[in-house]
Design a protein around this ligand. Structure first.
Ligand code: DC
Length: 235
């Protein structure tokens, strides 16, 4: 059964594993269109950080569900677009949630179906006029099944590990390519084999493999898709 959207504002979902260029593409789209931006991964990361802060173990499902229901998280956007400051309990955690450790911890608690359920309405609340860019793993399959345009980005695990390695080096963070590759493969396996909302393209998603494309080529390709798909866009 089709669910009725909260508003008629268009939604573009961008799903896929990390290292495919999703974040860059979503920021670009949100800026270009001046739409709202949901970084759903940040929500799972904040939950993982909060669990650590409150000493909740990753196998204490009841406590994690309770935490997800009461999570005091805020995404403070300077203006419509992509500049988002993330707060947990009124403390800025924007950078803290970006570590590999936090990403992996998020992936470990993300399979709990009740946790996902608890985060659903928070995610859907981002659907507001003039439109929404939703970045994640299950945006097109579960959270916004009626989205206007669904994009699924993929890239080889090797290429994604290289990109992540470069990113970390640029930030002055020490990293080892082999360890990164192993962590990425493990996280992919966990995200795509879980029973609740596994990482996979929606049936009506457009799949783009970015392994051999640079970011500009992907942006040109996606901008064209957006122009051809979103009705009434004056861009
Ligand atoms: O996109 P990311 O790397 O910030 O996401 C971190 C983890 O959160 C990811 O490995 C799995 C989980 N996640 C999820 O299960 N569903 C989403 N929509 C987004 C992220």
């Amino acid at each position: 059964m089709l669910s009725v959207p909260a508003s008629q504002a268009p939604i573009i979902t961008v799903d896929g594993p990390s290292g495919t260029g999703k974040g860059t593409i979503c920021s670009y789209l949100a800026d270009w269109l001046q739409w709202h931006f949901l970084d759903s991964g940040a929500l799972y990361r904040v939950l993982a950080l909060a669990a650590e802060k409150y000493g909740i173990s990753s196998d204490d499902e009841a406590a994690l569900v309770n935490l997800a229901k009461n999570l005091n998280v805020e995404f403070k956007v300077a203006e419509a677009g992509s500049l988002v400051n993330v707060e947990l309990d009124s403390m800025t955690v924007t950078d803290e949630i970006r570590t590999e450790t936090c990403g992996n911890a998020a992936s470990v608690i993300a399979p709990i179906a009740e946790v996902r359920q608890a985060l659903l309405s928070r995610q859907r609340a981002f659907h507001q006029s003039p439109g929404l860019i939703a970045d994640g793993r299950d945006m097109g399959t579960v959270v916004f099944p009626d989205a206007t345009l669904k994009i699924y980005l993929t890239a080889s695990a090797e290429e994604r590990a290289k990109r992540r390695y470069k990113q970390l080096k640029e930030k002055g963070i020490n990293a080892n390519l082999r360890d990164l590759s192993a962590a990425i493969a493990e996280r992919d396996e966990r995200d795509s084999t879980r029973a609740a909302s596994p990482l996979k393209p929606a049936e009506d998603a457009i799949v783009i493999d970015t392994s051999t494309l640079d970011i500009d080529a992907v942006l040109v390709n996606i901008s064209e898709l957006v122009r051809n798909t979103v009705p009434g866009l004056q861009k």
